[in-house]
Ligand binder design. Structure first.
Ligand code: HEM
Length: 579
């Protein structure tokens, strides 16, 4: 007998029983049409992701109908437990099929938007891509293939267009999306970045605005220069050896942020090692948060199973906050403002809330600064012409051998700031962009010429937008700081001519986001970037060690960028060549 025939004859009875079973279940379900329809309708209409609702729909509904279904003759040999199990399995298979069919169907509100079927079907696709750290490349490849608007989830769009920046992120834009859900235990306080309700967010941002006022920033100058001095000393002790610039930028960022957030540097620069494993705690927390943010309904389950690194990061922030409270000589650090130690507010902020926000300051400040500084070294070490030109500008501005300390002078240095802008463009620390939401009940939103239905999540993918030739041309993928200079000061590389069309759309630079939830620490970040690069380029000659060409390929995107090692050799400059 041919193989197919044998198979069909042996499987026929099994198949028959299985089909009979499914048809019995379906027929029995007809007795309870309303309940079956209820769960499908709820999923179809709301695609819920709260654990309670999902559990009720997946398990509760089959249990509810079990009494009726159990009467059917096909279940006569099954005990009650088996009947329930069969019902749960069949119910969920049917539900998954209906949901999948609906998400791919022309009846879905986002049916008109192109995208890969795997992303339209489930957010697990982006969660998986995120777990590999390649979200930013995934989005870019999708935009290159499908165009400016791509469906990246059942209910989510990525929009790569400068005209989408203001409607999504701006003052009349959209509130934050469910990426930030479940960041705090019930009754506890999410950090500022996770506050989705716009009025609450604006209220919570007030102490942050005080922490980054002009006066407050002046207070952070001394710790900044102190930590740069320690960084310079640590690198000076390692001149003519191979050092990992990413690692040292990370050590600096942690020490500095520890100093200005909690008034206590971790002294990692002095010891040359992260003995408490602070960097690991923060990196694991951010990575876990980036993945689970794609499937936020899973967070309570992971928390219940005690397997979320995000909570370890929160505990760490809390213990740092408690230590800071015991400090009798309280500096005017960020904690000072977040804890309202000036007594500006009529109501004292709860410690849990202050700890949550202080933890955010540590993470938001250190990860992003590390990634941007590493990227800046990569750009400079790969571009000898730019490095030399920057060194020359620094030498002119700071002609003595002393470490540069005048932060005002640095702010006005044209080429230094052009190099920083160009790094922020090519390597935004939040590569994928931040999610916003068209809330249910709002009737939808027009973004450019597209109508985005309510219940849709949207983002502007920073990395893809920053490399869009319609916004930055020529050489959108290359490090060319001159694009940020006035026309007369630009030097053109041989590959391009002065007659090539030039486009610089600064509105498309969203490294610090845009609008009411944009980076509150932007001024501090720029001050730090200028001071670190200025001091090190002034003091050392930094050379790449080996081939650093593939550094860019190893960047991982866990909401904030995680950069791989960048090996370099530093030598102390004999004397500054100032004029
Ligand atoms: C190069 C360095 C930095 C980059 C590229 C960066 C980028 C960003 C971006 C893109 C956002 C917006 C997220 C969103 O729209 O949902 C953000 C928010 C934030 N950043 Fe930064 N950041 C940097 C440095 C800092 C520093 C030094 C701090 C200081 C503590 C800081 C504190 C914050 C806070 C608290 C938020 C949340 C703001 C809110 O939700 O209102 N950032 N940052």
């Amino acid at each position: 007998m041919p193989l197919m025939g044998q198979l069909s004859s042996s499987f026929a009875p099994v198949l028959g029983v299985a089909l009979n079973l499914v048809s019995a279940v379906v027929r029995s379900y007809r007795c309870s049409t309303y309940r079956r329809k209820l769960s499908y309708w709820v999923f179809k209409r709301y695609e819920p992701n709260s654990v309670g609702t999902v559990t009720a729909l997946l398990l509760g509904v089959p249990v509810l109908v079990s009494n009726i279904v159990a009467q059917h003759p096909i279940f006569s040999r099954c005990n009650y437990t088996h009947t329930i199990l069969i019902l749960i399995v069949t119910h969920n298979i049917l539900l998954a099929c209906f949901t999948a069919a609906y998400r791919l169907s022309p009846f879905h509100p986002l049916a008109a938007f192109p995208g890969p079927a795997c992303a339209k079907l489930t957010k697990f696709t982006v969660a998986w891509v995120t777990s590999k750290g390649k979200q930013y490349q995934f989005y870019r490849a999708l935009h290159d293939k499908y165009g400016d608007v791509v469906r990246i989830g059942p209910n989510e769009l990525s929009i790569r267009h400068v005209d989408a920046v203001a409607p999504i992120l701006g003052h009349d834009g959209l509130p934050k999306g469910p990426f930030w859900d479940y960041r705090a235990d019930a009754g506890s306080h999410p950090p500022l970045v996770a506050v989705r309700e716009p009025r609450e967010h604006s209220k919570r941002r007030k102490p942050w605005n005080r922490a980054f006022s002009r006066i407050a920033l002046q207070g952070y100058e001394k710790p900044l220069l102190g930590n740069i001095e320690r960084l310079t000393e640590a690198l000076d002790a390692r001149t003519n050896q191979i050092v990992d610039m990413t690692m040292w930028m990370g050590y600096f960022a942690l020490d500095f942020m520890g100093d200005i957030v909690f008034g206590q540097p971790y002294r990692i620069l002095e010891s040359g090692m992260d003995a408490q494993g602070v960097r690991g705690i923060l990196e694991d927390g951010v990575r876990s948060s980036a993945i689970t943010g794609q499937i936020p309904w899973a967070i309570p389950i992971l928390r219940w199973l005690r397997i979320t690194a995000y909570d370890r990061m929160k505990q760490y922030a809390r213990s740092s906050a408690l230590r800071r409270l015991e400090d009798t000589e309280r500096a005017k650090d960020i904690f000072h403002y977040l804890n309202d130690e000036q007594g500006v507010q009529s109501v004292q902020r709860p410690l849990a809330l202050v700890a949550s926000d202080a933890g955010l300051a540590m993470i938001a400040g250190s990860d992003t600064t590390t990634a941007t500084l590493s990227a800046m070294w990569y750009c400079l070490l790969s571009n000898d012409v730019a490095y030399k030109r920057l060194q020359q500008e620094i030498d002119v501005a700071f002609p003595t051998d002393e470490l540069p300390t005048n932060l005002g002078t640095m702010a006005s240095m044209q080429y230094l700031n052009a190099c920083i802008n160009e790094t922020l463009r090519l390597f935004p620390a939040l590569l994928g962009g931040a999610q916003r939401s068209v809330l249910p009940g709002t009737g939808g939103k027009m973004i450019r010429s597209f109508f985005v239905p309510e219940g849709t999540q949207v983002l502007v993918p920073a990395y893809s937008l920053h490399r869009d030739p319609r916004c930055f041309s020529p050489l959108p993928d290359a490090f060319w700081p001159d694009r940020w200079l006035p026309e007369g000061d630009r030097a053109y590389p041989p590959s391009i001519s002065q007659n090539d069309p030039f486009v610089l759309n600064a509105a498309a630079l969203i490294t610090f986001s845009h609008g009411p939830a944009s980076c509150v620490g932007k001024s501090l970040a720029l001050m730090v970037l200028r001071a670190v690069v200025c001091s090190l380029v002034h003091t050392f000659d930094v050379m790449p060690s080996g081939d650093i060409g593939s550094w860019e390929e190893h960047i991982e995107d866990y909401f904030t960028a995680k950069c791989g090692p960048l090996m370099a050799v530093l030598s102390r400059r004999k004397e500054v060549q100032g004029t």
